[in-house]
Write a protein that binds this ligand. Structure first.
Ligand SMILES: C[S@@+](CC[C@H](N)C(=O)[O-])C[C@H]1O[C@@H](n2cnc3c(N)ncnc32)[C@H](O)[C@@H]1O
Length: 203
């Protein structure tokens, strides 16, 4: 997703006082768990999840500043307290986290379909090395995509990396569930496309 720069965004983020984590994490002790969405887009999954579960700390991680600013505006409007945002590239995750995250959500990440681009996929082994250091020892990864080839690639990547698969579906919404749906998930589901879903646990 290529997004145009907007003039208002940089000053808005420079003045943001609560939601944006610059380098040090806020006090996390008050929360039962930390859930992190990598590539949160406009933050709708984080917003609705945080409204539902006030005892969980949600952190949205996103490299596009326009998405970060738009998400923060929504969090402010709703007066949410249990949400923070990091504006950075996933490759820099270790700047912020060391074995404290309970769950990582990877939802509708770019599948990078060309073979030569496999290393860019967020489920490539070099990314899993990073997630190993971010997750607690019993941490989990929740993965969703609309792309079956990316799903197959990712399952093999997680299993080769020593993760156990605890749950999976090749049509997540065929049966009723209480998932908070991301923006992309709603779009694909409304178009009748199946959602591929899997949950992995560190061994
Ligand atoms: C297709 S969108 C999905 C957004 C959201 N998860 C959803 O399901 O609605 C993928 C998002 O990941 C972000 N992204 C891609 N690569 C990233 C990276 N290396 N670090 C941080 N964010 C990244 C993109 O900017 C984009 O907002």
């Amino acid at each position: 997703m290529r997004i145009r720069k907007k003039k208002w965004v940089a000053p808005y983020l420079a003045n943001e006082k609560h939601y944006l984590i610059k380098d040090v994490l806020p006090d996390t002790k008050a929360y039962k768990a930390i859930y992190l969405e990598l590539g949160m887009g406009m933050g709708d999954f984080i917003l609705h999840s945080a409204q539902r579960n006030k005892d969980i700390l949600y952190i949205g991680y996103e490299k596009e500043e326009v998405c970060v600013a738009r998400a923060i505006m929504k969090f402010e409007e709703m007066g949410l307290k249990n949400v923070y945002v990091i504006h950075d590239d996933v490759k820099k995750l270790l700047k912020y986290f060391s074995k404290i995250v309970d769950r990582i959500y990877l939802q509708f990440s770019d599948p990078w379909p060309k073979k030569g681009h496999a290393k860019r996929r967020m489920t490539y082994k070099s990314f899993l090395d990073i997630y190993d250091q971010v997750l607690k020892d019993d941490g989990m990864i929740y993965f969703k995509t609309d792309n079956s080839a990316f799903f197959d690639f990712s399952i093999m990547s997680f299993l080769d990396h020593g993760y156990k698969m605890c749950d999976f579906s090749t049509d997540r919404h065929r049966v009723e569930n209480d998932d908070v749906m991301t923006a992309y998930e709603k779009k694909f589901t409304d178009n009748g496309q199946p959602i591929y879903y899997a949950v992995f646990k560190k061994a």
